[in-house]
Write a protein that binds this ligand. Structure first.
Ligand code: HPA
Length: 292
C-alpha cells in the first residue's frame, strides 16, 4: 500500500511540471471568497484535475485550482476551492491540498471559511478571527499509520492558531478599519445545516461559530509545523437563532457582499507577513523537499 506521503510526492511532481515557484504563504479560500484570486499576480494556475492525488470539489462556489503567484511581492499559493468530508471524501483526501501547500514550501497557512454565528455578538457579514477550534465531531486526519514526513502524531494543540499571527491579523484589520471579532470555531460534519438543538449544543460546548471545514485542515497543518491563522466570514446566524431558514444561496450571497473587505484584509495580512516571516526554525518538523 502506498503511503500518503508518496501520494503527495506525486502531487508535488504534477505542480512542478507546471512551475518551480516556491511559495512562503498558503491561503485556503472558502465559500464565495474566490474573489481574492483577482489580487494575486498569478505565475501559475493549476486545476486540481491536473494534480495527481487531489480530489476535485463538487460544491458550487468552490473552483478547484491552485494559484501560485505574488501578493504585495510575497510569494503565495492559494487553494481556490476546497474539498469537504461531506462530499464523501476521506480525512486524508480533505487535507491533501493543505499538506501539498506545505510540501510546496509554504510555512504560514491562512484558512478562510464561511460559518454560522452561534454567539449572539456575531452578525451576518462579520469577520471572526478563529482563536481555537473544536474538531471532536469529525475524524482526525492524523489517525492511521504514522508518517513522520507529514509531522507529529501526538501534536500539542495548545496554540493551533498562532498567537503571533493572530496579532498580525488584528493589526491588519485595525490598519484597514475593519472590525474583526474573535471566537472558537466548531466543525460539524454537514452537509445539512445544524438543527437548533445542535446549535444549542455547540454553544454549550463553547463554540462561537459553526462550519463544515477548516478544523480538520488546521489539525493536519499544525502537525506539519505550519503557522496557522483562521478567519471566518459569518454568513448567517446559526439555525434557530434567526427567523429565516438557512440556504447555501444566502451563505454565498453574504460571503460575496463581504468578499471585498475580506480580500483586502487577506492582502494586507500577507503584505505584513512579508515584513515578518515565520521563523524557519519552527518548521524543522516539516520536511519540505526542494523543487528540482
Ligand atoms: N452551519 C454550518 N456551516 C455553515 C453555516 C452554518 O450555519 N453557515 C455557513 N457555513
Amino acid at each position: 500500500m502506498s503511503s500518503e506521503f508518496e501520494r503527495l510526492e506525486a502531487s508535488v511532481a504534477s505542480v512542478r511540471e507546471v512551475s518551480d515557484f516556491k511559495p512562503r504563504v498558503g491561503v485556503v479560500l472558502g465559500s464565495g471568497l474566490g474573489g481574492f484570486a483577482e489580487r494575486i499576480d498569478v505565475v501559475a494556475n493549476v486545476p486540481y484535475e491536473r494534480i495527481a492525488g487531489l480530489s476535485t470539489s463538487t460544491v458550487e462556489g468552490h473552483a478547484g485550482r491552485l494559484l501560485l503567484g505574488h501578493v504585495a511581492g510575497v510569494p503565495i499559493v492559494a487553494m481556490d476551492g476546497r474539498v469537504h468530508l461531506y462530499e464523501g471524501y476521506s480525512p486524508a483526501d480533505v487535507v491533501a491540498p493543505v499538506r501539498l501547500l506545505g510540501l510546496l514550501g509554504a510555512k504560514t497557512l491562512i484558512l478562510t471559511n464561511a460559518a454560522g454565528g452561534v454567539a449572539s455578538a456575531l452578525e451576518p457579514g462579520d469577520l471572526m478571527l478563529i482563536t481555537d477550534h473544536i474538531a471532536t465531531l469529525v475524524p482526525s486526519p492524523l489517525a492511521g499509520p504514522h508518517e513522520p514526513e507529514l509531522g507529529s502524531r501526538f501534536s500539542d494543540m495548545s496554540d493551533v492558531y498562532a498567537p503571533r499571527l493572530r496579532e498580525i491579523v488584528h493589526e491588519a484589520a485595525r490598519g484597514l478599519d475593519i472590525e474583526l471579532k474573535e471566537g472558537v470555531y466548531l466543525q460539524m460534519p454537514g452537509p445539512a445545516y445544524e438543527t437548533p438543538a445542535e446549535v444549542r449544543m455547540a454553544a454549550t460546548l463553547g463554540a462561537d461559530a459553526v462550519g463544515m471545514s477548516t478544523a480538520i485542515e488546521a489539525v493536519a497543518a499544525h502537525a506539519m509545523g505550519f503557522e496557522v491563522a483562521g478567519i471566518s466570514c459569518i454568513t448567517n446566524k446559526a439555525a434557530g437563532l434567526s427567523p429565516t431558514p438557512l440556504s447555501h444561496e444566502e451563505v454565498q450571497s453574504v460571503a460575496a457582499r463581504v468578499s471585498t473587505a475580506f480580500a483586502a484584509l487577506l492582502a494586507n495580512l500577507i503584505a505584513r507577513l512579508g515584513a515578518s516571516p515565520h521563523p524557519e526554525a519552527q518548521m524543522a518538523r516539516l520536511q519540505s523537499p526542494e523543487p528540482s
